[in-house]
Design a protein. Structure first.
Length: 179
């Protein structure tokens, strides 16, 4: 029997951008609204998840979006950035790394293995691209996500600021070597 879950590379078009704008805003809101001020959430979501912004990201040749689809419904996604410099000193030559810039799953599907399937596919993409490591930033207060990434072998290598509206927060930079 085949799984009803399909992980697809997103098409680089306006229809997908509109879908990602709605999905990204909704999943970000589900994940972080309870811990952030409404005005900060609104400002971040407006700046990050417009259809125009999503189309620009989709059309970036160093960006790959993976969509997790169950029975024609997209219930999660990952945004991957090739050749990431996240956490590197500006004067260092970047190693070939893939960054998991976003990985979101609908609240209804958390704990079902959907996020793990997206992460496995992201790591597979990194290997296909010849990356030596996968990196990501995760909010220091997101204990569930931190545990999830640690189960995949990610280790903290630094921190960096992440601004939600007017609130400067701290993301932990995590890294998983592939070689």
């Amino acid at each position: 029997m085949t799984s009803p879950l399909r992980i697809l590379v997103a098409k680089r078009n306006a229809a997908t951008a509109a879908q990602l704008a709605e999905l990204g805003q909704r999943l970000f809101h589900e994940t972080y609204a309870a811990q952030n001020a409404p005005e900060d959430m609104a400002a971040y979501e407006a700046a990050t998840f417009s259809p125009e912004k999503q189309l620009s990201e989709l059309q970036d040749s160093n960006t790959v979006f993976l969509l997790a689809q169950l029975v024609q419904e997209v219930v999660g996604y990952a945004k991957l950035k090739l050749h990431s410099t996240l956490g590197l000193d500006p004067d260092k030559t970047p190693e070939d790394r893939l960054e998991v810039e976003r990985l979101y799953v609908s609240q209804d599907w958390i704990g079902t293995g959907l996020g793990a399937a997206l992460m496995r596919r992201a790591i597979e993409e990194a290997r296909q691209q010849g990356s030596r490591a996968v990196v990501l930033g995760v909010w220091e207060k997101n204990a569930r996500a931190l545990e999830f990434y640690r189960r995949f072998g990610f280790k903290q290598v630094g921190t960096h600021p992440f601004t939600v509206g007017s609130d400067e927060q701290t993301d932990l930079i995590l890294r998983k070597g592939l070689q």
